[in-house]
Write a protein that binds this ligand. Structure first.
Ligand code: PML
Ligand code: MG
Length: 242
């Protein structure tokens, strides 16, 4: 198998990123698609695109289950945030950590390519990645056609949700993971989610139209051993099995 990682920037500003694990025969096709995705992004035309292609052995791949998907509908962003906060609390995230997460996301000057890692109890930021964040890489669905059919049956479509569910499933699988909060940095994509060890809870409106402020927060146990965690998030190849 082959892992492809794409990341695009315009004057150091993050424009787009994507992860794929594919069959070697589909390499060219997928690379072209990713280049197109980067070049014609709503956040602007990048002046830097990085494509990383790595071979991975079958024995390196970890197969994990998909999160259980739930959908919630709200009318306004404020309502979406209240709902997300409730879900995070139910997932075991402390109130301090929840407030910090929302404050950190809303005060971002530019979108990050990765996530902020917060202690789920203390709300302390644990990673040292600053404006870059910890980026989850090397993940995909084991059988993409089957995965698409599965999402169709749940009336979920579009690349954003498709990729986010895979990412959230990888992030949640780690032993010390507690929850995740995400909403998109793409100005016309308003949906976001809260994920925990079991569920991916989609919320249709998490921000106002036109805003490029969005990102991810990974909540983890405060006593996590960070090096192992970062290694898993950045390097462990994961396929989501249905
Ligand atoms: C992003 O990658 O821009 C975030 C996507 C969030 C997807 C939420 C959903 O539709 O389920
Ligand atoms: Mg984006």
């Amino acid at each position: 198998m082959i892992s492809i990682k794409m990341r695009a920037e315009k004057d150091k500003k993050h424009i787009s990123g994507a992860e794929k694990i594919i069959d070697e025969n589909d390499l060219e096709k997928n690379v072209l698609k990713l280049i197109d995705r980067a070049r014609f992004h709503e956040k602007g035309e990048p002046n830097f695109i990085n494509i990383k292609i790595e071979k991975i052995r079958e024995s390196e791949i970890l197969y994990i289950p998909i999160l259980n998907i739930k959908s919630k509908k709200v009318l306004f962003m404020e309502e979406g945030h209240i709902l997300a906060k409730e879900e995070l609390k139910k997932s075991g995230v402390g109130e301090n950590a929840i407030e910090n997460a929302f404050n950190m996301l809303s005060s971002l000057k530019q979108s990050m390519r990765g996530a902020i890692v917060l202690g789920a109890n203390t709300g302390k930021r644990l990673d040292n990645f600053l404006d870059r964040g910890l980026r989850a890489t090397k993940m995909d669905a084991e059988d993409f056609e089957k995965y698409k059919d599965f999402l169709d049956s749940k009336k979920i479509s579009g690349e954003h949700a498709m990729e986010a569910i895979i990412l959230a499933s990888k992030v949640a699988f780690y032993k010390d993971a507690v929850a995740e909060l995400c909403y998109s940095d793409d100005p016309s994509y308003l949906a976001g989610y809260v994920a925990n060890k079991n569920d991916y809870i989609r919320i249709n409106i998490m921000k106002n139209f036109g805003s490029e402020i969005g990102g991810r927060v990974f909540f983890v146990k405060d006593d996590i051993f960070l090096d192992d965690y970062i290694n898993y998030i950045e390097k462990q190849a994961v396929l989501v099995r249905l």
